[in-house]
Design a protein around this ligand. Structure first.
Ligand SMILES: Nc1ncnc2c1ncn2[C@@H]1O[C@H](COP(=O)(O)OP(=O)(O)OP(=O)(O)O)[C@@H](O)[C@H]1O
Ligand SMILES: [Mg+2]
Length: 353
C-alpha cells in the first residue's frame, strides 16, 4: 500500500483532499478534524492533544492510507452527520451527548472585566436551583475567578491516572479550572493556542463530569484567538454574551456576534451587566450610561436575557466564595429568560447527590 498520508500532514489538508477522512479521525477520538485549529495542527500534534498518547496512531495511519488509496472506509464509522457541529466547522455536538453532557453553553464577552465569569457562575447557580445538573468549566486560564467565587480550591484528583475527578462546590457543582492545577494562583500564564485548546479539550473529555444537563463554560475575555480557540475545542450548543451599557458596547457585541457566526454558533441572548445602581432610597442611577438594550438586541439578533444592577453583595459573595447563596429578582429573571431560549427547558438528568 502506497503511503500518501503521514503524521506530519495537517489534519485540515488531509480532510480537504479526502473529505471522508473526517469520519475516520472522529472514530479515533480526533473529533476536531473539521475545526479551524486543525488547519495548523498536524495529525501527530492533534493526536497528542487528545489525551496523551491514547490515540492509536498506527491504526489510524493504516486506515487513513487504505482509504486514500482504495477509497474504502472501515465498517461502523460515525455517520458524516456526526461530524456536524458548531454549524459544521467545529466539534461534533454528539461528542457531548456521548459523555452524558446534554448541552455546553459558552459565556462570552466582547471585552474584559464586564462580569462574564460572574454571569457564568450566577447562571449555573440559577439552573441548579431549578433542579438542573450543572457543571462549570473555567476556560479562562488568565484568572481564578470561577474557583474563587465558588470557594473551591482543592485540586482535582485522578482515581485511575487517566481521568480527573473535579472538585465540587458546597452546593455540589463540579468545577474544573486550570487555576486549580497550576501551582501558584497568581502566576500569569502565557499559553499558546494549541496548548489551550488541548487543555480545554481534556477538561471536557478526561474529566468525570457525570451526567449533566448543562456544562457552563467561562470563555476567555474578548474576541481574539483565545475565546475562539476554546469555543472550537468544545461542542458548544449556544453562547450567552455579556456586556455593560457603555457607548462601545454595541460595537463590541457586533464583533462578538460575527465571531460566533463564523463558527456557525448560536447566540442565545445578551446580558447587560452593571446596568445601574440603586441607592438606599430607591433611586436608580445608570452609571455606565443609558441601557443599550434595544441596540444590543438588534446587534446580536437575540433577546436581552437580563439587566443586572451593580450590587455590592454580588462582589462580596464572589470574593467570599459564597456565590451560591446570592439571589436577587434580577438574577432569577436571568435564569428564567435563559430557559426560554435554552436548548433544554426542564431537567433531564435527575439529581443524585
Ligand atoms: N453586577 C455586579 N455588581 C457588583 N460587582 C460586580 C458585578 N458584576 C461583576 N462584578 C465584580 O466585578 C469584577 C469583575 O467581574 P468578573 O470577574 O465576573 O468579570 P469578567 O468579565 O469575567 O472579567 P475578566 O475579563 O477579567 O475575566 C468582579 O470582582 C466581580 O465580583
Ligand atoms: Mg472572568
Amino acid at each position: 500500500m502506497a503511503v500518501q498520508i503521514n503524521p506530519n500532514m495537517t489534519v485540515a489538508s488531509v480532510v480537504e483532499r479526502w473529505p471522508e477522512a473526517a469520519r475516520l479521525f472522529a472514530r479515533y477520538g480526533l473529533a476536531c478534524a473539521s475545526c479551524a485549529i486543525s488547519k495548523s495542527e498536524t495529525i501527530a500534534q492533534a493526536a497528542a492533544g487528545h489525551g496523551a498518547g491514547r490515540v492509536k496512531m498506527d491504526e489510524l495511519m493504516t486506515d487513513l492510507n487504505r482509504y486514500a488509496e482504495t477509497g474504502v472506509l472501515p465498517e461502523g464509522l460515525p455517520p458524516a452527520g456526526a461530524a456536524q457541529s458548531l454549524g459544521g466547522k467545529g466539534v461534533p455536538r454528539g461528542m457531548a451527548e456521548q459523555k452524558g453532557i446534554k448541552h455546553v453553553i459558552a459565556v462570552m464577552s466582547g471585552k474584559g472585566g464586564v462580569g462574564k465569569s460572574l454571569v457564568a457562575g450566577l447562571l449555573a447557580v440559577g439552573l441548579v436551583r431549578r433542579g438542573f445538573r450543572v457543571g462549570v468549566l473555567d476556560g479562562d486560564i488568565t484568572g481564578p475567578s470561577i474557583p474563587r467565587m465558588f470557594g473551591v480550591n482543592e485540586k482535582p484528583v485522578s482515581p485511575d491516572g487517566k481521568t480527573l475527578l473535579p472538585p465540587r462546590s458546597r452546593g455540589g457543582i463540579p468545577i474544573m479550572s486550570m487555576n486549580l492545577i497550576l501551582p501558584n494562583e497568581d502566576e500569569a500564564v502565557i499559553w499558546r493556542g494549541p496548548l489551550i485548546s488541548g487543555a480545554v479539550r481534556q477538561f471536557f473529555s478526561d474529566v468525570q463530569w457525570g451526567e449533566l444537563d448543562y456544562l457552563i463554560v467561562d470563555l476567555p475575555p474578548g474576541t481574539s484567538d483565545a475565546p475562539l480557540t476554546v469555543m472550537q475545542a468544545l461542542p458548544v450548543s449556544g453562547v450567552v454574551l455579556v456586556t455593560t451599557p457603555q457607548a462601545l458596547a454595541t460595537m463590541v457585541v457586533t464583533k462578538a456576534v460575527r465571531l460566533v457566526k463564523q463558527l456557525g454558533g448560536d447566540i442565545l441572548g445578551v446580558v447587560e451587566n452593571m446596568a445601574y445602581v440603586t441607592t438606599p432610597d430607591g433611586k436608580r442611577f445608570e452609571l455606565f450610561g443609558p441601557s443599550q438594550g434595544l441596540k444590543l438586541v438588534i446587534a446580536a439578533n437575540a433577546p436581552l436575557m437580563g439587566r443586572l444592577p451593580i450590587d455590592p453583595a454580588i462582589a462580596r459573595d464572589a470574593d467570599d466564595g459564597t456565590i451560591e447563596s446570592y439571589t436577587s429578582p434580577e438574577t432569577e429573571e436571568l435564569t428564567e429568560n435563559f430557559l426560554k431560549v435554552a436548548p433544554l427547558k426542564a431537567p433531564e438528568v435527575a439529581h443524585t447527590h
